[in-house]
Design a binder for this molecule. Structure first.
Ligand code: ZN
Length: 266
C-alpha cells in the first residue's frame, strides 16, 4: 500500500479515513506507535498514525519517532500534517487558538533524533524546519473555516512527561518562545531527513504554568480537557479542509533537505 499524505496526531482522526486498512509497521528502528491506518480522505491517499498509540499508552519521551517517520517514508508519504497540543507562553496565544509553527527550540534530551548515526556523517540544514507551502495552504484553510490562529510561532519542546516549573516556564517565555510542547522534536527533523514536507499544527490548550504579571493563573485539569476536546474537533475540521487543497506536486525545497548534507566519502 502507498499513501501521499501522512497524518500524525490524536486518535480522533480514525473517523475521517474512508475504507481504512490497518498495516502494522516495523523496521530497523523498531515498531511504530501503532498500526498505520491507510485509506482515502477527500480523494487523496492518506496514512494516519496515532502518536501515543491508539490507547494513548506511549509517553512523549518514549514515542518511537524514528520508526514512525520511517514507516511513513516507506509508504511513499511526501507530506506530513501533524497536530500537537501546546501550552501558551504568551498572553495573545489564547487557549482554543491554533498555531502554524515556523520554528522549534529543542529542550529535550536523550532522544534518537537522526537517521544518520552510524557510518555516515550528515549535517542537514534545518534553519526553516516547517514546509512554507503547507503553512501557506493551512493558513488559507483556516481563513475559510474562520478559526482564530497564528500564522507563526516557535514551539519549545521539553522532554516531559512532567510539565515545567514556574522558573523553567519564565525562562522559555523570556526567550520569546510562544508555545511549549513535548512531541514536536525530533519528529519534524526526522521527516526532513527523509525529504518529507512537515506541517506542525499547535492546538493551544492552556497557559502553561500561568502568566506572570497578568491575572492569568494556571488552569484546572477540567478546563484543559474541555479546551482539548474542542481543539480535537477543530483539528479534524482543519485536516479535512486542508487535504484536498494540497497541490499534487510540491513547490517547495523540502525534498532536497539532504542535498550536500552528507560528508562521508564513499
Ligand atoms: Zn515542503
Amino acid at each position: 500500500m502507498t499513501a501521499e499524505i501522512g497524518i500524525i496526531g490524536g486518535s480522533g482522526f480514525y473517523s475521517l479515513i474512508e475504507g481504512a486498512r490497518s498495516e502494522s509497521a516495523a523496521s530497523e528502528y523498531g515498531s511504530a506507535s501503532d498500526a498505520l491506518s491507510i485509506g482515502r480522505m477527500s480523494g487523496r491517499d492518506v496514512a494516519f498514525l496515532p502518536r501515543h498509540g491508539t490507547m494513548h499508552t506511549i509517553p512523549p519521551h518514549k514515542v518511537p519517532y524514528r520508526a514512525n517517520i520511517d514507516s511513513m517514508s516507506k509508504l511513499g508519504v511526501e507530506r506530513i500534517l501533524a497536530t500537537n497540543a501546546v501550552g501558551s507562553l504568551k498572553e495573545d496565544y489564547r487557549p482554543g487558538e491554533l498555531v502554524l509553527f515556523d520554528q522549534f527550540f529543542n529542550a529535550t534530551n536523550g532522544r534518537s533524533d537522526t537517521f544518520y548515526d552510524k557510518d555516515i556523517v550528515a549535517h542537514m540544514s534545518i534553519a526553516e524546519p516547517y514546509c512554507p507551502e503547507l503553512r501557506s495552504v493551512a493558513a488559507e484553510a483556516l481563513d475559510k473555516l474562520g478559526y482564530p490562529y497564528h500564522k507563526a510561532g516557535t514551539v519549545v519542546v521539553i522532554n516531559g512527561p512532567r510539565f515545567s516549573t514556574k522558573s523553567e516556564s519564565r525562562f522559555f517565555a523570556r526567550q520569546g518562545f510562544e508555545t511549549i510542547n513535548m512531541t514536536q522534536y525530533p519528529e519534524v527533523v526526522l521527516a526532513r531527513e527523509k525529504g518529507i514536507c512537515y506541517l506542525g499544527i499547535g492546538l493551544v490548550t492552556d497557559y502553561d504554568v500561568g502568566l506572570e504579571g497578568t491575572s492569568i493563573r494556571p488552569v484546572t485539569a477540567e478546563q484543559v480537557m474541555k479546551t482539548f476536546a474542542e481543539n480535537v474537533e477543530k483539528a479534524k475540521r482543519l485536516v479535512s479542509e486542508l487535504v484536498p487543497m494540497i497541490p499534487k506536486n510540491r513547490g517547495c525545497n523540502c525534498s532536497r533537505s539532504m542535498d550536500g548534507a552528507i560528508q562521508t566519502r564513499k
